[in-house]
Design a protein around this ligand. Structure first.
Ligand code: VG1
Ligand code: CO
Length: 542
């Protein structure tokens, strides 16, 4: 039986950088999740009888919303739902399942790197048939719908058993509960030389992977330990927990402090890595060396041809605007395309579909390729392992040689979290006002050469996205970028991205914050961060 339930709009359902994210109690308001899911369906056309993929990162409230989404999919006319066992599907695995089974689209339940639990964060994201996040045209339509929605449709059948793999006909729709790992692991075996990696590990190469009690645990256990032979215990915190064991599943140097300390110790393993809540981010630390995500993108792109899946070379590289220009130098040397997009994976989809880019990345620990349409944490780990296995060198050697060949882009991001929203908006607005007057202005020895608010012109569908971040470029190629986060749920987060290029290899071993010191002072001074936010220092430095 299908029920049509009257409802009234919520005013705060505008999707951010990656779907709708709110505190769990917000999602628990009657009709809140239903309104958003119905608004997704109302913004789509042609899905009658087709397949919808549903899965999430296992966080608190995941199972409840999955049951609602299944019943609403049935009521709205989908012919089939594929759902990961236990409600689990990492973001990249969901992307792969959508593509492999030619589903109409998918709903991914996750707030990614945000904490989970009864008073923490939850999220809903819609992915289209190419497996990638819905582009702005669709997220704008979904938001418009949330502001006028007056009813939703839901089927009245008992909850589906998510813990048993198999197919069932429920209310006239097929529900298929699938193994969340199998298809994804098989794809990884196609892309990478598992034999070479297994051999490296059997020769004593030591790795550790921290799944942060989030979704990558089952994937990493199966791939790294079962298939590649890493000793039991190489994968840590591998049980996905509704509150991530109280950890903050954002794999940065603050949250992964223990792993970092271990990797810097005398007895460090050869390779350390971690992923985030929904499995699309990666942190890479070699023995004695942290690899910034921007450097990692450049190094992976430069060496991808060593993995079977990329042996014919890559068509191009795409990076988000705040990501460092290290990848640009690789593209330039190889004579391949380089694309600069706004923050968020949804902007890479068109470039990947059109075959313009093969490898994409963001400074926020996201790297991925055309194998799916999301960033992919374990993919990056496996590509690194494949490269290490083929080159037979350490992470530190590979990074050092890369800098020597291409120069080093010193890079850091300073986050000011939980800032007053009006103060943060005021800071950006005032920078925007100042833009025309900045060129020629001096900050110590630095002179501004150009300043703008980044606009993206999509070369494929010709859409334009404005106001994507304030860029201040200095003579000599250094820059600072300011933008506000679109994934937070409390107050505002100001992100300040700082970059300096250094060609001289005798100057490649300076401590990062020291190498960027004058730019950090300039950023403070041009934006008056202290005066406007009341903060003396960032909350997180990555
Ligand atoms: C952040 C990152 C961005 C990333 C996004 C989603 O967005 O900066 O690069 O794509 O999170 O990642 P923002 O708007 O807060 O800066 V995830 O792993 O949270 O889906
Ligand atoms: Co994520």
């Amino acid at each position: 039986m299908i029920k049509t339930v009257p409802t009234t709009p919520f005013k705060d359902q505008k999707p951010g950088t990656s779907g709708l994210r709110k505190k769990v109690p917000v999602f628990q308001q009657p009709n809140y999740a239903e309104n958003f899911i119905q608004s997704i369906f109302d913004s789509l056309e042609g899905f009658q009888g087709k397949c919808l993929v549903i899965g999430g990162d296992g966080r608190y409230y995941n199972r409840d919303v999955i049951q609602k989404a299944i019943k609403m999919a049935a009521a709205n006319g989908f012919g089939k739902v594929m759902v990961g066992k236990g409600g689990i599907l990492s973001t990249p695995a969901a992307s792969h399942v959508i593509r492999k089974y030619k589903a109409f689209g998918g709903i991914v339940l996750s707030a990614s790197h945000n904490p989970g639990g009864p008073t923490e964060d939850f999220g809903i994201k819609y992915n289209i048939g190419n497996g990638g996040p819905a582009p702005e045209k669709i997220t704008d339509a979904i938001y418009a719908r949330t502001t006028i929605i007056d009813h939703y449709k839901i089927a009245d059948f008992p909850d589906v058993n998510l813990d048993r793999i198999g197919r069932d006909d429920v209310g006239g729709m097929i529900v298929s509960v699938i193994d969340p790992v199998e298809d994804y692991a098989a794809l990884m075996e196609e892309l990478f030389d598992f034999g070479a990696i297994r051999n490296l590990i059997s020769l004593g190469f030591r790795l550790c992977f921290d799944a942060m009690s989030a979704v990558t645990g089952p994937y990493a256990k199966d791939i790294l330990e079962n298939r590649l032979g890493a000793p039991t215990g190489s994968v840590r915190n591998f049980m996905p927990l509704p509150d991530f064991g109280g950890h903050h599943p954002d794999p940065n140097l603050v949250n992964c402090h223990e792993l970092y300390e271990e990797m810097m110790s005398d007895d460090a393993p050869d390779f350390g890595a971690a992923s985030d809540g929904d499995g699309d981010r990666n942190l890479i630390i070699g023995k004695g060396i942290y690899v910034t995500p921007s450097d990692s993108l450049a190094i992976l792109a430069a060496n991808a041809n060593l993995a079977p899946g990329y042996s014919h070379g890559i068509a191009g590289i795409a990076r988000s605007m705040p990501t460092s220009g290290a990848a640009d130098r690789v593209a330039e040397k190889r004579g391949i395309g380089i694309y600069e997009t706004p923050t968020g994976w949804k902007f890479f989809g068109n470039l990947l579909d059109a075959g313009l880019a093969t490898i994409c990345g963001e400074e926020s620990s996201g790297t991925g390729s055309s194998h799916v349409r999301e960033k992919d944490g374990l993919w990056a780990v496996l590509l690194w392992l494949n490269i290490l296995a083929v080159r037979g060198e350490s992470v530190a050697d590979i990074v050092g040689q890369h800098w020597a060949a291409y120069g080093r882009n010193y890079y850091s991001r300073h986050d000011y979290e939980g800032v007053d929203t009006d103060a943060a908006n005021g800071l950006i607005a005032s920078l925007r006002d100042k833009l025309p007057t900045l060129p020629g202005t001096k900050f110590g020895d630095l002179t501004v050469s150009a300043a703008d608010d980044f606009s993206y012109h999509d070369p494929v569908d010709k859409s334009v996205s404005n106001n994507q971040g304030i860029r201040i470029l200095f003579e000599g190629g250094s820059r600072v970028v300011f933008r506000l986060s679109g994934t937070g749920t409390t107050g505002a987060t100001l992100r300040v991205y700082i970059e300096r290029y250094e060609a001289d290899s005798t100057r490649h071993n300076i401590e990062t914050q020291e190498a960027l010191a004058d730019l950090i002072v300039a950023a403070q001074s041009v934006a008056d961060i202290r005066g406007r936010t009341g903060r003396d220092a960032p909350t997180v430095i990555t």
